[in-house]
Design a protein around this ligand. Sequence first.
Ligand code: GRF
Length: 188
Amino acid sequence: MGSLVVLISGRGSNLQAILESPVGGQVTAVFSDHVQAGGLDIARRFGKPVHVCPFTTGRRDSEHALTRQIKPYRPDLIALAGFMRVLSADFIAAHGGRLVNIHPSLLPEFRGLHTHRRVLAAGTKEHGCTVHWVTAELDGGDIIAQSRLTVRPDDDEAGLAARVLTLEHRLYPQVLAQLLNKEEQDIA
Ligand code: GRF
């Protein structure tokens, strides 16, 4: 059975959705760059080992520290779930082909931050979320799966964010399970 580590920075609602799903049992550790991240308590509640890697020593050294801490877990996949740091090309290469992310827009549209606000400002009618491979290009890696909704005339930023988040919580665990199971089939 493939294993998964999850990287977070904040409240951890996607982490919670993963842990509550069938793939939750395959999560071997949770890492955060913030000691205060709410998701750390969620991970502890599920009995998962947690590690804080505070990125206080510059990106290069901090990423080396993170890689060192991840290494013993030998994960088949590393899922970014609200991990709010841009990772270097070196880090991404070191974990080649194992890093996935969820982004709250229908990529390639609306890369970067404040996607819901920007969708509303642009008057875009369709919105959603994307699970994609992580490459050195920000939010630019190959798309694995998307989930979409229709923007309503009465949507405000908070309401739209909440509706997209509901999609994220369904999509991410499903995709992670598929990727981990696929890995198993490849080995068999
Ligand atoms: C989610 O919207 C995710 O798509 C984005 O950051 C947010 C994290 O939320 N990358 P949470 O910490 O999982 O609640």
